[in-house]
Design a protein around this ligand. Structure first.
Ligand code: GLU
Length: 304
């Protein structure tokens, strides 16, 4: 049978951009997490990219029941539809274990039972004191990745150049915690690779985690990706709006207000005519007008 011309895919219009939103389900979506969701969604859609969803549910004690479902429902009510299936990190434990075993086999990580007060005495940067121990510590212990005296830098699409001397400024970092949970830094890198992410757009509080993630990507021979860190929202005390600080949940019956306000915070100057429009109309405008360079090049913005 002959293929009709219309069934042929025009590859010239397929974008290689793959973005994602990766909430930790520690409570409902609040204004701060809405900004990260919206910025990553708009950047993906404005670049004809895919926008994937990953629920970072690796820390059960911090995850009230039903939070993941609530966040996903809120995003849908706000008109932000993701592509494909949701990836739950709780379903990926075997993959993290495998990567951990590779790192152990290459002797790139080691057990450490140093306590928080001890690390405080070291000046908060872990000094690698468990690296050369002859006998492994008794459980519980964390696993740390060996760092090198290297500068790891990258060009953030919003914040510009950022670099860290990994060993001196961060030290060997935890990839499996003392409570045997996989650490965020390991899981995020393994899954950004697994989901073939090309662009990460997220809150500025994770800017200084990025060199650790790039280092781990290099150690594991993974691809590198582009990063953009949007300002986080802080309250009057300068505290990050967070689920832990009981930031109010986004009320999706007022979705248009939330999106309009979020677009304003992202520097997109939405016109007054769309203030009362339905979320999907607002999002259409926002995708067509998205300008990542209009996002404030600062770490935090006060909630006004
Ligand atoms: N799960 C993290 C959070 O909710 C975000 C991780 C990321 O975007 O890399 O803060």
């Amino acid at each position: 049978m002959q293929k009709s011309a219309s069934s042929q895919i025009d590859t010239s219009t397929i974008s290689s951009y793959v973005g994602r939103f990766a909430p930790s389900p520690t409570g409902p979506l609040h204004f701060g997490s809405l900004l990260a969701a919206l910025a990553s969604f708009l950047d993906a859609r404005a670049n004809q990219g895919r926008w994937l969803m990953r629920v970072e549910d690796l820390d059960p004690p911090r995850e009230p029941a039903g939070s993941a479902e609530l966040i996903l429902q809120q995003l849908q009510d706000l008109g932000m539809d993701w592509d494909g299936e949701v990836l739950y990190q709780s379903s990926r434990l075997n993959a993290y274990e495998e990567v951990l075993n590779t790192l152990k086999d290459k002797r790139l990580c080691y057990p450490c039972d140093c306590t928080r007060p001890k690390i405080k005495e070291m000046g908060l940067v872990y000094n690698g004191s468990c690296r050369e121990r002859d006998t492994p510590p008794e459980k519980p212990f964390a696993l740390r990745l060996k760092t090198e005296a290297l500068e790891i830098g990258f060009n953030d699409a919003i914040q510009g150049n950022f670099a860290q001397q990994l060993e001196a400024e961060v030290g060997d970092f935890v990839i499996r915690r003392k409570d045997e949970l996989f650490a965020y830094q390991l899981a995020v890198v393994v899954d950004d690779e697994f989901q073939k992410i090309t662009h990460v757009v997220r809150g500025w509080d994770l800017l200084d985690s990025t060199p650790r993630q790039i280092y781990l990507q290099r150690v594991l021979n993974y691809r590198e990706m582009s990063y953009a860190h949007i300002p986080i929202i802080v309250d009057e005390q300068g505290q990050k709006l967070s689920k832990q600080a009981f930031a109010p949940s986004i009320e999706t019956d007022r979705a248009s207000d939330a999106i309009y306000k979020a677009l304003t915070f992202l520097g997109q100057a939405p016109p007054a005519e769309i203030e009362k429009e339905r979320p999907d109309t607002q999002l259409q405008w926002a995708i067509a007008s998205w300008d990542i360079q209009a996002v404030a090049k600062v770490g935090s913005l006060p909630l006004k």
